[in-house]
Design a protein around this ligand. Sequence first.
Ligand code: FES
Length: 72
Amino acid sequence: MAEQTRISAYDNGPFLVTGPVVIEDAGGNEYPTEKETIALCRCGASTKKPFCDGAHSRVGFRAARRVIQEKG
Ligand code: FES
């Protein structure tokens, strides 16, 4: 079975990405990522974007806690 990349939301914090991934900026330049799991900022306050630097705690970021199911 092929290795899957998993993206999971940390409560009121970053997206945690585990598995093979390539991250590029808008110009197509790659960010070096050597860790098995990386944390991507989703609060907008990090000074190390696209990575989380812990600022979400300082700014009181609150995210939707769970997947919102579509009605249908
Ligand atoms: S989610 Fe951690 S600094 Fe933005």
